[in-house]
Design a protein. Structure first.
Length: 70
């Protein structure tokens, strides 16, 4: 997730047209909630990967041997 331009984007949002039906504050909150949701999804995916790596480390011998028959 690229958040380097987040400050610039939020300042652009604060300059949002006041005449629209959506207020700039509501729009900023919606963007913040969406970014938090993406961050939580990414954290859950990384956590699931970490759990799988830890499960695999319990049986380190698994996959280390190859049986060949000729």
């Amino acid at each position: 997730m690229d958040i380097t331009g987040l400050d610039a984007a939020l300042s652009t949002v604060s300059a949002y047209d006041i005449g629209s039906s959506t207020s700039p504050v509501t729009l900023q909150e919606d963007i913040g909630v969406a970014m938090l949701g993406k961050s939580l999804d990414m954290t859950q995916a990384l956590g699931a990967g970490m759990v799988q790596m830890m499960e695999n480390s319990v049986t380190p011998y698994l996959g280390s041997n190859i049986d060949l028959y000729i």
